[in-house]
Design a protein around this ligand. Structure first.
Ligand code: C5P
Length: 399
């Protein structure tokens, strides 16, 4: 990825524990060929020293609005003009509020007011602060003004809590930033993605399902949106929030998912089946809750579910169709067989017997199998993998 070559990135660092990651971010941006200048708020300087970011960026760090010496070297207006893109990472709740309301009470907010460059923010804060209605309202308004919002990620926080509010990792931020400069590969294309598990009802309170988290399908939907596609995400029940600009169609059973796919897939350009569709469903859904009986065993009769992806691949005007193959042995052989059996254009195979990747984890490693040959993607974060996969699929669509 060399899309940051010769780009001028103005990095604003605000006060929060994630400020320590700004050091790695500067390195990553420079590694991708960008020139970086850093503006820090006074609070940011409490977490990481300007000297560190000066050494890594190779440029003096700017910290104060009313500093005659700094203004003589490169004033706030010149800084604002210099930038091809302004990235605030981490962006604290306080800074988001000030950016939203157009304040210019420190150097960074003034530069943001004065710049004509696009602005991107990488929020980082405690999960309750992120969920606060005022923060959410600020984010919504900033988005409306075309500020790109990267993340935040979800998980363990420095304060010991769990939830949304973690700054995205520097590598991921740099990748998202590079996307802002790339010609969007899927502009004008429509992508339909299935994700998550399906639930097959046994009675009104019980169902058969699986452990699919939906993470890979949701990451692919985000990557398709980032590439400029109209993106329809048909998802079984899972705990993830749908990407902001996805058209989210919530379904429950394999039958529902098939109906939604048959509704949206005809005429689309790319169909990706990332859902873990239940292969079987109970033959009869009992209308009343099943009662415990004296018997020690109980027999459920199952019938086969429709193969959604094979149905889409068999359409007269079938889109470019991509299946996933989660296998625990003979991964590539089984995946190749699936390519022919389902008559799809491509199978993305992942080895679910390997620890730390695949089902329910944050990372994945896959081999993309096509009739023309295989492409392997080593272990990486599902979001990074999704961007790489969408880039490859975009090449297939566009040629
Ligand atoms: O047949 P198998 O489940 O191994 O194939 C996995 C691929 O097929 C995935 O892309 C999955 O979304 C899709 N699939 C489907 N409908 C089914 C079963 C699997 O679309 N009933």
């Amino acid at each position: 990825m060399s899309t940051l070559q010769n780009k001028r990135i103005l990095l604003g660092v605000t006060g929060g524990i994630a400020a320590y990651k700004a050091a790695e971010l500067v390195r990553e941006l420079r590694r991708l060929g960008a020139s970086v200048r850093v503006v820090m708020t006074p609070a940011a300087c409490e977490f990481i020293t300007p000297l560190t970011l000066q050494a890594l960026s190779g440029n003096p760090v700017h910290t104060a609005l009313l500093d005659p010496e700094a203004e003589a070297a490169m004033g706030h207006i010149e800084l604002a003009r210099w930038a091809d893109l302004t990235l605030i990472a981490p962006a604290s709740a306080d800074f988001l509020a000030r950016l939203q309301s157009g304040m210019g009470n420190d150097l960074l907010s003034t530069v943001c007011l004065a710049t004509r460059s696009p602005i991107a923010i990488a929020p980082a804060m405690n999960q309750a602060m992120w969920d606060a209605s005022s923060t959410q309202a600020n984010i919504a308004q900033l988005r409306e003004r075309n500020v790109a919002v990267f993340g935040p990620g979800s998980g363990e926080q420095a304060c010991g809590e769990f939830g949304p509010g973690r700054m995205l990792e520097p590598v991921e931020l740099a990748a998202q930033l590079a996307l802002q400069f790339s010609v969007q590969a899927l502009t004008g294309k429509t992508v339909v993605i299935t994700a998550g598990p399906t639930r097959e009802a046994i009675d009104p309170v019980r169902y058969l399902s699986n452990h699919s988290s939906g993470k890979m399908g949701y990451a692919l939907a985000q990557a398709a949106i980032d590439a400029g596609a109209r993106t329809i995400l048909i998802s079984g029940p899972c705990a993830l929030a749908a990407p902001e600009r996805a058209e989210h169609v919530a379904v429950t059973s394999a039958d529902d998912m098939l109906a939604a796919c048959l509704n949206y897939a005809p005429g689309c350009d790319l169909f990706i089946g990332a859902a873990a569709v239940a292969d079987f469903r109970p033959a009869n859904v009992v209308e009343q809750k099943l009662k415990k009986t004296a018997a020690d065993t109980m027999t459920l009769t199952l019938v086969k579910n429709p193969d959604i992806i094979a149905s889409i691949a068999a359409l007269d005007a079938a889109p470019f169709t991509v299946a996933f193959a989660a296998e625990s042995e003979q991964v590539l052989d089984y995946a190749r067989a699936k390519l022919e059996r389902k008559k799809v254009d491509c199978v993305i195979a992942n080895d679910i017997s390997a620890t730390g990747i695949g089902f329910n984890s944050d990372d994945n490693a896959v081999t993309v199998i096509e009739r023309s040959g295989d492409t392997t993607f080593d272990r990486r974060n599902k979001m990074q993998l999704a961007h790489a996969l969408i880039a490859l699929l975009a090449k297939r669509l566009i040629g």
